[in-house]
Design a binder for this molecule. Structure first.
Ligand SMILES: [Zn+2]
Length: 444
């Protein structure tokens, strides 16, 4: 006992001498990790991990995922025990072209600014689903994409004017494959797909031109199939018109014969899935019904990707946010691992960003720490019908590029009464993007 106390004292003395000799910054330089999430249950479907693991981060990247990583090697250690640690969520259907001042338009007032809705729900990457076309994409880019802390990618609308509303979106003369593909090719990796949406007419032209643009730019097409028209049936769309890798969104809306009169899933959807057509949730304000989703899930027709269709009409309705949409799939019996797969790695692959959606060493450290609450919860569909559930995900902590951007309960923060009486900023720029302390200045 005495010996061990002595040796601890010796160690302390040594550390203090070390600090005195080399200075604090040099001691810190010994720490090879900026942030260590310790003891959380990691779900990383791409790497087939669902187990308690430590995750170490340095210089904005994941550097190690292992059963035990030495906390002494990290600047900041976060106790993640009791939580789930997953890749940052990827929501491939949102509307975020806000700020133009245009009323009644998704290239305006119907959109929301991404950062107000993403990090608090564990989302680190979104794809705008066609608010802008080739005529206004660059305005969207400078107005929102370039200024957001969220990673914002975009499907470009086949309509040159994008989702500016009624007359614009019905104008076949403004649906041109060439300028759409050219704009997509000008921003590879940023424009990740072509969108067609809201079309009410009987023609196939919007879909055909979107596919033509997608083929030229080598990117997928996402379809919101608009008004249901007998001249262009769903079966023909998904089994003939779309290519493998193209995305059918709003799959549980029931608005376009996704479900037959008998209550069965339209067999064309199964056939299309075999061909490689992708099925996405796109919940929105008017595209998700329990009476469609529950029987489809029971039949095994699960979504490839879970997405919100975030906009002003969905944000406070049944949709709410990404986690609430994920909760709905938990409530229908999908496992948490499966829900995470369809909110991270699957959408990353769909938009051809395979560097995202997983925690492989070297990957950008976009991560979320989730809590799975148990209790009595209710989940509401587009017609206001409720399904009850017993599980609810909440976002405790979100990291974007290795830095804390959202921390619900302050699990990365020190207790105020353990700090000096005149404490100021407590963070550190190496791991903190919320309240990072400024570098120490020399005294005036
Ligand atoms: Zn949408």
């Amino acid at each position: 006992m005495l010996m061990s106390r002595l040796s601890i004292m010796k160690q302390r003395t040594f550390v203090m001498m070390f600090i005195a000799l080399f200075g604090m910054s040099d001691v810190r330089a010994q720490q090879k990790y900026d942030l260590l999430l310790k003891g959380g249950h990691v779900i990383d479907p791409r790497n087939k991990i669902s187990a308690v693991r430590d995750v170490a981060i340095a210089n904005g990247k994941v550097v190690a995922v292992a059963a035990s990583i030495n906390p002494g090697e990290a600047v900041k250690v976060v106790d993640a025990s009791g939580y789930y640690v997953t890749p940052g969520l990827i929501d491939i259907h949102v509307h975020v072209f806000a700020g133009t001042g245009e009323r009644g338009s998704y290239a305006g007032d119907n959109s929301v600014y991404p950062d107000g809705f993403t990090f608090r729900a564990g989302v680190t990457t979104v794809a705008d689903a066609g608010c802008a076309g080739w005529r206004n994409f660059e305005d969207f880019k400078q107005r929102v994409i370039d200024r957001a802390r969220t990673r914002v990618l975009a499907f470009i609308n086949i309509v040159g004017n994008g989702m500016r509303g009624g007359t614009f979106e019905q104008d076949l003369t403004d649906m041109e494959a060439k300028p759409t593909a050219d704009m997509a090719l000008r921003y590879p990796g940023l424009i990740i797909g072509v969108k067609t949406a809201h079309y009410a007419g009987p023609e196939w032209a919007p879909v055909e031109r979107a596919v033509e643009a997608g083929t030229a730019a080598k990117i997928p097409v996402m379809v919101d199939f608009g008004t249901n028209r007998p001249e262009r049936p769903l079966a023909e769309l998904v089994t003939r018109k779309l290519r493998p890798g193209d995305i059918y969104t709003h799959v549980y809306s029931g608005l376009r014969n996704e479900q037959l009169e008998s209550g069965e899933v339209n067999p064309a959807l199964w056939e299309a899935r075999k061909r490689g057509v992708i099925f996405d949730v796109g919940h929105g304000g008017g595209s998700f019904l329990w009476r469609i989703a529950v029987p489809a899930m029971k039949a095994g027709f699960v979504p490839d990707s879970i997405s919100t269709d975030l906009h002003i009409g969905s944000m406070n309705a049944g949709m709410k946010d990404m986690l609430n949409v994920m909760d709905k799939f938990l409530a229908m019996g999908m496992s948490l691992d499966d829900v995470i797969l369809r909110s991270t790695w699957n959408p990353a692959r769909e938009i051809k960003h395979e560097e995202l959606g997983h925690l492989s060493p070297g990957a950008e450290a976009d991560l979320v720490v989730l809590k799975l609450e148990k209790g009595n919860f209710g989940f509401v569909d587009m017609y206001g019908a409720r399904l009850r559930g017993t599980q609810k995900l909440t976002c405790e902590l979100t990291l974007r590029a290795g830095k804390v951007v959202y921390d619900l309960n302050g699990i990365t923060r020190p207790d105020w009464d353990k700090l000096p009486r005149d404490y100021r900023q407590t963070g550190d720029t190496r791991w903190d993007a919320v309240t990072p302390a400024r570098p120490a200045r020399s005294p005036r």
